[in-house]
Design a protein around this ligand. Structure first.
Ligand SMILES: Cc1cc2nc3c(=O)[nH]c(=O)nc-3n(C[C@H](O)[C@H](O)[C@H](O)COP(=O)(O)O)c2cc1C
Length: 209
C-alpha cells in the first residue's frame, strides 16, 4: 500500500514537471511540441550554460532537419561546417567579433552556414532573374530556419550571427571559394531567459488585396 502511494506521488510529480518548465520545449521523444510552441519559445540566446554539451550525433539530427527545407529547383546548395571539438569551437569564436564571442562563450557547438554559388537561381550558368545569388542566400536562410526550430524542439538554443569574419572562417574550415559564407550559428543550452523582441504589427508587414 505504502509502495503504491510513493509511486503515485512520483508519477504526479513527473506530470507536473513540464508545467514547471514553461519555457522549455518538450523533449523530442514526447513529440508534444507544436510548431506554435516552438515559435513561442525559440529566441536568440545570448547566454549559454557552459556545463552542458551537445553531441555530434545530435547535431547530425539538426542537419537532417535542415536538409528537409525547400530549395530552388531542389539544388540543395546549403553547406554546414560544424565545430564540436573544444579547440575548433574556441577558434571559431574568435571569428565572430568581441560582443558575439562574449554572448556565446558557453555554447558547446558553433556551426558555419554557407551556400554553393552559381546554382540556386541559375540556369545554364546565368542568373535566371534579378535576384541572382540572393536565391542561394534565401535557400540558406530557409535551411537555417529548419535547423534552429529543430534545435528548439530538441531542447537546445541558438544564436544566428551575421557579424562574423568570413575570411578567417574560410581559412579555419577550409571553405572553398565557390561557397558564400553566410551565418554562424551558436548552439547550446540557455543560461537564462531572454528578452522578448518587439514585433511589428501585422499591418506594417502585410497588405491584403
Ligand atoms: C541574418 C541574421 C543575423 C543576425 N546577426 C546577429 C548577430 O551578429 N549578433 C546577435 O546577437 N544577433 C544576431 N541576430 C539575431 C537577431 O538580432 C534576432 O533574431 C532578432 O533580434 C529577433 O530576436 P529573436 O531571434 O529572439 O526572435 C541575427 C539574426 C539574423 C536572422
Amino acid at each position: 500500500m505504502k509502495k503504491k502511494i510513493i509511486l503515485a506521488v512520483i508519477a504526479g510529480a513527473a506530470m507536473l514537471l513540464p508545467i514547471a518548465c514553461t519555457n522549455q520545449a518538450p523533449a523530442p521523444e514526447s513529440g508534444a511540441a507544436t510548431l506554435d510552441e516552438l515559435f513561442a519559445t525559440r529566441r536568440s540566446i545570448r547566454s549559454y550554460d557552459a556545463s552542458k554539451t551537445i553531441s555530434a550525433e545530435e547535431v547530425r539530427t539538426l542537419l537532417t532537419a535542415a536538409q528537409q527545407a525547400p530549395s530552388w529547383a531542389n539544388t540543395q546548395t546549403s553547406r554546414y561546417y560544424v565545430a564540436v571539438s573544444p579547440e575548433k569551437v574556441a577558434a571559431a569564436k574568435e571569428c565572430i567579433g568581441e560582443r558575439n564571442a562574449q554572448n556565446v562563450a558557453g555554447a558547446p557547438v558553433i556551426i558555419v552556414s554557407t551556400f554553393v554559388k552559381g546554382q540556386s537561381g541559375f540556369g545554364r550558368g546565368q542568373a535566371v532573374n534579378e535576384v541572382g545569388e540572393g536565391w542561394g542566400a534565401y535557400d540558406n536562410g530557409l535551411s537555417n530556419a529548419y535547423l534552429i526550430l529543430k534545435a528548439r524542439e530538441m531542447g537546445f538554443d541558438t544564436l544566428i550571427m551575421g557579424f562574423r569574419e568570413s575570411d578567417r572562417l574560410r581559412a579555419l574550415f577550409a571553405i572553398p571559394e565557390g561557397e558564400e559564407v553566410m551565418a554562424v550559428i551558436a548552439l547550446g543550452y540557455r543560461a537564462g531567459e531572454p528578452n522578448q523582441p518587439r514585433h511589428k504589427s501585422l499591418d506594417e508587414i502585410a497588405k491584403f488585396f
